[in-house]
Every structure is written in C-alpha cells, then in structure tokens.
Ligand binder design. Sequence first.
Ligand SMILES: NC(=O)c1ccc[n+]([C@@H]2O[C@H](COP(=O)([O-])OP(=O)(O)OC[C@H]3O[C@@H](n4cnc5c(N)ncnc54)[C@H](O)[C@@H]3O)[C@@H](O)[C@H]2O)c1
Length: 352
Amino acid sequence: MDDVNFAVLGTGGIGRRTLEVSQHKESLTPVVACDRHGVAVDHEGLDVDELLTATEGNIASEPQSEGETRTDGGAAAVKQTGRDEGVATSRQAEPTETPIDDVIAESEHVDAVLIALPNFEHDFIPRVADRFVEADYEGVLIDVLKRSRVIDMLNERTDSFEESGITFICGAGATPGFLTGAAALAAQSFIEIEEVEIWWGVGLKSGYEDNRGTVREDIAHLPDYDIKTARELSDEEIEEVIQKHDGVLEFHDMEHADDVLLERADICDAEDVTVGGILDVCSDEKPTTTTVRVTGRTFDGETGTNTFQLDDVTSMEANVNGPALGYLKSGVRRNRAGEYGVFGPAELMPGF
Ligand SMILES: NC(=O)c1ccc[n+]([C@@H]2O[C@H](COP(=O)([O-])OP(=O)(O)OC[C@H]3O[C@@H](n4cnc5c(N)ncnc54)[C@H](O)[C@@H]3O)[C@@H](O)[C@H]2O)c1
C-alpha cells in the first residue's frame, strides 16, 4: 500500500539527482526514465547506479538545429561526451524518437510521474499532461517548474485531471516547492500576512556542468532577457553573460510561482510575495543564505516576522529533489484516497 513505482521524465541535471535521492527512500522504486533520446524501463526497479554511471558527463540536453520543430520545450545545451547520448547509453535503455509516448505506454505500471523537463515554452508541461489525460492515465503527475503563469494553464485542466483520476502536484521543487511550503507553515502564526520574502543562494561550481539547463532558465529572469531570448542564446553567449557578471548572477522580482501557489492556498495575495536570489557558478559555497521571511499580524495584535533558513551546506540538488520526492509521496497518498485535480506545495501544508 505504501510502495510507489515512479517514472522520471527528463534525466538531466535534476532528473538524475531525483533517481539518486530516491535510492535513499525505501518505498520509492523508479521503473521508467527517459530523456530526449532514450527510455529505460524495468518493472522490478531500474538499476540507478548503472544508469547514473552511463549518463555521467553525458546528459542529453543539446540545443536543436535551426528549423527543427521543437517538441522538447526548448532543451538547452548541457554536455555530452562519447558517441551515444544520455539515457540511450545505459544497458537498460533503448534509443527512441518518442520518449514521452514510450513513458505513457508504461504508465499503467507507475503510480507517479516526476516531470523534470525544461520549461522554455510555457505550455510544454501542460501539453505533456494533456497526453497523459488522453491516454487515460490514473495517478500522480508532479513537476518542479518555476514560472507563475504555468500554474494557471494547469488550473484550466482541473476538470480533465479530476475526470481522469490524476492528482497533479505543481511547482514542487525548492522554489517554488520547499520554500513555498515553508512560507505556508510560517504563516500559521498570523491571521493576516503582510509580506513573504523568498531569497535564495546557490553555489554551483562543481554542479555547473550538470545544471546548465537550469542556469539558462535562470538567465531568462535577468532584466535584459526573457524565456525566448535565453532559449536562443548559444553556449558561448551564455558564458559571456556569466563572465560579464563575474560568475555571480543576482536576481530580483523573479517570476516564480511561489506567489500564485501561496495565493491559491489562501495564505496571502500573490502581489505580497517577492522572490530573488544569487547564483554563483564559480563557487560551491552559497553566496547568500536561503531565507524565507513571512511578516504578519497575530490574533493578539503583534506584528512579527517568522524566518526559515536553509543550512548553507545543503545543495540545490538536495533542496529540489528531497522535497520533490516528499511531495510526490504526499500526492500518491491523496491519489489513493481519491483526491484528484491540481495541488500546490502550500496546499499540502496546514491551512484552512
Ligand atoms: N523548482 C525548483 O526549485 C527548480 C530548481 C532547479 C531546476 N528546476 C527546473 O527543473 C527543470 C529541469 O532542469 P534541468 O537542469 O534538469 O534541465 P536539463 O536541461 O539538464 O534536463 C532536461 C532533461 O529533459 C530531457 N528532455 C527534453 N526534452 C524532452 C522530450 N521532449 N522528451 C523527453 N525528454 C526530454 C533532456 O534530454 C534532459 O534530460 C527545469 O525546468 C528547471 O527550471 C526547478
């Protein structure tokens, strides 16, 4: 009853670590994983060590040639060594041109699908969800996407998720995700929230190669860029942006879905939430401590700020994948209890 078979869509920087972290969770068994080029299936449980070794230094997330139809949400270059690409190099995998369809074909064997795909087209993940609906999938879909506007696109699909028996958990990484949940918990002291400030720090020197997809998406939050211009940057241009900032990128007023996710959980208005942070690709040390500050008024008339901090030694990968798998498990419990539709991380915390 407690055991969960799950699939990972996208074994890039995040998806690979999802598989690795799941090794430490007894009840979670990864049975399917795919990237742009391959799909690995084992109903008894994938050999994660073999899959990680095969894809080490070989994440299939290359840019597409001009004129090619983008079906992948605009995957960015990460890195590749050797002849084969990504998951297809694993002895458990087959090369494929239809990885998402291949995962859907296995969906009766999975309780949950973690979507770790790029998000360079806002409707990419909602469209992937539609394909699971069309295939009559019943179970959990969970993503770690960042952008606020995608949550509305998922909301619009609530009825079809409910009819299908799908529990969709959205924005369930670190921010949004872990920190959104922390803000929802910190807000419980107050009867009225004035402000939620989320400020993150990521040091990514040794993880930079593996996480270039995420870095590219983050660049889209800088004032002179958007998702389209960031998607079209060459690797060299990305490096130029990074060098121009001496390897340290600072972000303010990011479009992170923490705002709409806190609003939909009735914690506060979206406009009272700000998200910013600092990314240092030249050091593993966090350039700033990740902090959530929730300011509000208590029932007995005090105004205070509850603060939640992450230890500087916890990595981005730990803070995305631990919570994502925790939310996945919460989603499966809801799904098995017959609760379908769209849920954000704040709704899985105490609330009214
Ligand atoms: N919420 C958070 O805190 C948080 C933190 C970090 C990253 N993220 C998000 O996680 C997502 C993944 O980031 P990443 O760094 O792992 O990216 P990445 O580029 O390293 O990996 C993406 C993976 O998706 C695969 N892929 C792309 N198109 C595909 C398709 N059509 N079919 C099958 N597979 C396909 C690629 O081959 C690759 O394996 C991004 O959207 C990023 O914004 C969220």
